[in-house]
Design a protein around this ligand. Structure first.
Ligand SMILES: NC(=O)c1ccc[n+]([C@@H]2O[C@H](COP(=O)([O-])OP(=O)(O)OC[C@H]3O[C@@H](n4cnc5c(N)ncnc54)[C@H](OP(=O)(O)O)[C@@H]3O)[C@@H](O)[C@H]2O)c1
Length: 278
């Protein structure tokens, strides 16, 4: 029986696929567009779109376990199709923000809370994975690093504990194969608290380049983020960064607890992604 990885080309999903294969599991991988599928030869590939119920029934047919990206646009299609399948376990990539009291009312946290509430009410067997800050967020700095050697930051001293996407996937796989219990759903972070400034320094060290930081006011940051995101998401991101600037972003030992090894340090994440910043 296969495990269906929904979003198998995603930054976390692709590691889930690789690690399930390494664990000897049979994997079915989903994409929305078959033409864009670039996946290991050992996986069977299906089309699944969380907004299109017709695609989900076939994708779930014969599957026992699912890795699921949070369908923040609506859970109805997935839950409807999952109820008709004979599922043993669903591991949801949620967000650690759902656990943070200071994120009450934050739009990104609320979107993920709403997905978790729907799964809770569905009667389906599900487990959340709750990373707080993806190390991959630093890829948003890649363009200005490549073209100008500059990172523009609001609150450069805000500290957070970014987590490598491979570690998130490893916790998800431990939950999928039954090697993790309730602790898989605890707040999931990297193990080092790093200011945004320090993250930029570590990226600079990885590409052997002295990077400049230009500090942005909140209103300048709002304008900049607003070029790529909806206003309510911009507000939610700024709330997180402000909370991190005020000491609200913890580092936890969840990776060590679940995987019995240390989390991958951010410096290593930066070295592995150096090509994105050159
Ligand atoms: N950024 C953070 O700090 C943070 C913190 C906590 C939690 N998170 C969670 O982590 C997620 C991002 O993870 P990531 O970096 O791995 O994302 P990613 O690289 O952008 O990948 C997203 C994947 O989801 C798939 N997908 C998107 N919409 C879909 C739909 N309607 N139906 C089926 N598949 C769909 C995409 O499939 P295709 O390949 O078909 O395009 C893609 O493979 C966020 O969405 C959030 O829920 C993020």
């Amino acid at each position: 029986m296969s495990t269906l990885v929904i979003g198998a080309r995603g930054s976390v999903g692709r590691h889930v696929v690789d690690q399930l294969l390494a664990a000897g599991e049979s994997v079915r991988a989903s994409v929305r567009d078959l033409a864009s599928a670039d996946l290991p030869a050992e996986v069977s590939v299906v089309v699944a779109d969380l907004t299109r119920p017709d695609t989900l029934k076939a994708a779930l047919d014969g599957v026992r376990k699912v890795f699921l990206y949070a369908p923040v646009g609506g859970t109805g299609a997935f839950i409807g199709a999952a109820r008709e399948a004979d599922l043993e376990r669903i591991v949801l990539l949620s967000s650690g923000s759902v656990l943070l009291p200071y994120a009450a009312g934050n739009a990104i946290a609320e979107e993920h809370r709403s997905v978790e509430r729907a799964l809770d009410g569905s009667g389906l067997p599900w487990t959340p994975i709750r990373p707080l800050v993806l190390a991959n967020n630093a890829l948003n700095w890649a363009h200005s690093i490549r073209t100008e050697g500059i990172v523009r930051l609001v609150h450069p001293e805000a500290v957070m504990a970014p987590i490598h996407e491979r570690d998130i996937a490893a916790v998800a796989v431990a939950a999928l194969v039954g090697e993790a219990g309730e602790e898989a759903g605890a707040l999931l972070t990297g193990s080092e608290l790093l200011s945004q400034r320090r993250q930029v320094e570590l990226i600079g060290a990885a590409i052997d380049k002295n990077l400049q930081i230009e500090e942005l006011s909140e209103s300048a940051a709002r304008d900049r983020f607003g070029q790529f995101e909806k206003p309510y998401i911009v507000d939610a991101i700024l709330e997180f960064i402000k909370a991190a600037a005020n000491g609200g972003s913890p580092a936890t030992g969840t990776v060590e607890q679940v995987l019995r090894r240390p989390a991958v340090p951010f410096a290593q994440w930066a070295r592995e992604h150096a090509a994105d910043f050159r």
